[in-house]
Structure formats: C-alpha cells, structure tokens
Ligand binder design. Structure first.
Ligand SMILES: Nc1ncnc2c1ncn2[C@@H]1O[C@H](COP(=O)(O)OP(=O)(O)OP(=O)(O)O)[C@@H](O)[C@H]1O
Ligand SMILES: [Mg+2]
Length: 366
C-alpha cells in the first residue's frame, strides 16, 4: 500500500495544501502547531473512517470556514485510487471512493490501510482496557468489514439494553430482556471469536519481536480475556460462546437492573499481555511497557500484510522523541520495505529521509 498524494482544504489550521509522498521514509517537519499532526489526522481518516483526535466532526473544520475537504491518492496491488471526504458544519460528512459516494462505513474502511503510532500508544499497556479494545477494534475493522457490521449491531443492541436496565419498570420487561439476549448473544460471540483469533496472531508476532529485542531473554505472551469464559481456548467456538453469553445476559438481569447497566459482553473484555509469565500491566517497567507497545504496533502491520498481501502505510506522530535510541533504532529497522510518514519538530539531520516536507502556518514550504 502506498500513499501518493494528500490534498487538504480548511481542515484545522491547514487552509490549502497538496502533499506528495514517496517510497520509504517521509518526514514532515516543522515547529510546534504548524499542522504536522493535522496532516496525519487527515490521512488516517481514510483508514479509520474518523478522526483519531476527536469524535466531533465540526472541530476539524477550520474556525473560519463552514466546510473542509480532504482527499488521498493511493496505490494498492491492483490499482491507483482516489478517496475523499467532505465535511460541512451543517450536514453529515460525505465519503467518496473514485468519485462514487460511499454510504456504508464498512465499505469505506479497509480500502486504504494504515497503522497509526502516536505517543499515546506508548502507554497502551498501562492504560485502560477500553484503549486496548479500541486497538483491537481499529485493527480488525481494517482487515474485515464483517467486524464493523457486528460491532455496529452489537452497540445498538447494547444501548437498547442499557436504556431498558435504567427503566423504572425494568423488572417487568422479562420478555424484552430475553429477546435482546437472543439477538445479542450470537453477535457478541462473533466479535469475541474474531478478537480471540486476532490475539492469536498478535501473540505469534509480539513474542517473536521480543525474542529479537531482548536476545531471547524475555518472553512475551498475548491472550484475549473474555467474560464469556475463563478457559480462553473455548472462545473460538462461536456456538458454545453464544450459549455462554445468552446465560450471562439472562441470569444476571436483577443485579444489572440494580447496577443500571450491562455487566457482561465484549465491551468488558481486555487483552492480557504477559512478560515472562507476569502481567505486564502490573509488573513491567516503563521501558518494557514501551517495548511491548512497539511490538504490538509492528504486529498490527504484519497481520494486516498477512491478510491483504501488502504492508499498510505507517503514520508515526512524533514518537522518535519519546523512544530511547536503542528502541527507536529497532523499531525503524523493522519498518524497512514499508512506507512511513513521520512527523517531528526537532530533527536536524534530514539526510537519512527519502522525502522531506516542511510545514509552516498550516501550509507546505516549497
Ligand atoms: N478547527 C481548527 N481551526 C483552526 N485551527 C485549528 C483547529 N483545530 C486546531 N487548530 C490549530 O491547528 C494547529 C496545528 O495543530 P497540529 O496538532 O497539527 O500541530 P503540530 O505541527 O503537529 O504541532 P506539535 O509539534 O506541537 O505536535 C494548532 O495551533 C491548533 O490550535
Ligand atoms: Mg503534532
């Protein structure tokens, strides 16, 4: 996968920019607040379907403008493609591929694939379970559109169930709870199976990277942790997990009415990452946690390549300043053969980069 060009209009502080990218490592440099991360944010919208910095679309439109437009030209193994997005403060955003409007997000995500790595990801190990689930959700959405469909369906049903749990007459709604449990259990089982499979793939790559990083001294393990069953080997059996979820959803309703929210389901799950057999969350040093985050991000690209046949584009937002030289060198050495777009405000020697883009006041310096 190769990003060739990106066009940006009235997107945050970028009024009008057209940026060309090359193979290898593309550096976007410039002082603070010049629009470097804004470029990555715009590009990553085509991979994730929305901004990685905000849930409110109006925020990305320039303060002085009513609309914003972004587009990319990229090349995959088959063809060159153009994707674009139009944002309007008054209307829902519109997405296009090769000039044709796409209404379903499941048809938009997965075309242009990218792995984003920001300083926030360096705390993926010690941050909340919801951040780790988000990591899985974003990665899986890009490799399988079915995952987006299941997630959307499950979230709608969950919202309905949570509203029902808060209802004053919740206790009287037994039939409705059962109907919802019947609908939710198979979708929850499908999401769990896909996440469990993904964690199996992560485990292979993360442990391999750790062997390389530590000359075989430290052993990393990744496992999907689900409230459906303690025995994780069962999680691939969708039929069995459907039954397990159905039981969880129907047998705990009284407690959940009291709690005023759902206590079980994939929205409660986590990734359990161990180093030398011990929980990385509880026992790892900050350096070890950062190494694990690097391994997870490298693995995300490897898995995407295994499934699609080509590496995604790597978008690195100012992470080199956060990593010590050894970890940075390891990370960059593993990214050979991949297209990288990296932002930085303090790189002096730009000779080692294949393409250098300088941003100033939201524009590209020519
Ligand atoms: N909707 C908006 N309209 C206009 N300007 C905005 C909008 N949203 C954010 N900005 C401004 O855009 C500027 C660029 O932000 P950006 O995060 O891209 O900078 P950066 O070059 O990555 O800086 P740093 O090196 O500090 O990370 C900031 O000054 C921010 O206040
Ligand atoms: Mg930035």
């Amino acid at each position: 996968m190769k990003l060739l060009e990106c066009g940006i209009k009235n997107f945050r502080n970028v009024f009008d920019a057209n940026i060309c990218f090359t193979d290898g490592v593309n550096l976007i440099k410039g002082n603070n607040a010049q629009g470097k991360t804004t470029v990555l944010e715009a590009v990553y919208i085509f991979a994730r379907g929305r901004s990685f910095r905000t849930n409110k679309e109006a925020e990305i439109i320039n303060f002085e403008s009513g609309t914003a437009d972004i587009e990319i030209l990229y090349e995959d193994r088959q063809s060159k493609n153009k994707m674009s997005a139009h944002y309007d403060k008054e209307e829902k955003r519109k997405l296009y591929k090769n000039g044709i409007q796409i209404n379903r997000i499941s048809e938009f995500i997965g075309n242009f694939r990218a792995v984003l790595f920001t300083p926030d990801h360096l705390s993926l190990i010690k941050s909340s379970a919801s951040d780790r689930r988000l990591f899985l959700d974003i990665a899986l959405s890009q490799i399988d559109p079915k995952y987006i469909i299941y997630s959307k369906k499950y979230n709608l049903l969950l919202a309905e169930r949570n509203a029902l749990l808060k209802d004053r007459y919740a206790e009287e709604n037994t039939v409705l709870f059962e109907t919802l449990a019947e609908q939710m259990a198979p979708v929850a089982a499908a999401i769990t199976r896909m996440r469990k499979e993904y964690c199996g793939r992560l485990k292979k790559y993360v442990s391999e990277y750790f062997v390389q990083m530590t000359a075989g001294i430290e052993e990393a393990a990744v496992e999907y942790e689900s409230c459906a069953a303690d025995d994780t080997s069962l999680l691939l059996d969708e039929k069995l997990v459907t039954d397990l979820y159905y039981k969880k959803f129907t047998e705990n309703t009284a407690r959940e009415i009291n709690f005023k929210g759902s206590l079980y389901g994939p929205q409660k799950d986590d990734i359990d990452i161990k180093l030398n057999g011990y929980s990385s969350r509880k026992y790892c040093s900050q350096g070890q946690q950062r190494s694990l985050a690097i391994a997870l991000k490298l693995a995300e690209g490897d898995i995407s390549a295994d499934i699609s046949g080509e590496y995604p584009v790597y978008l690195l937002d100012d992470i080199s300043g956060e990593l010590d030289s050894k970890r940075n060198a390891f990370f960059m050495s593993q990214l050979k053969q991949r297209q990288i777009i990296i932002t930085s405000c303090n790189i002096k020697n730009t000779k080692k980069f294949d393409n250098v883009i300088t941003m100033k006041n939201g524009g590209v310096v020519v």
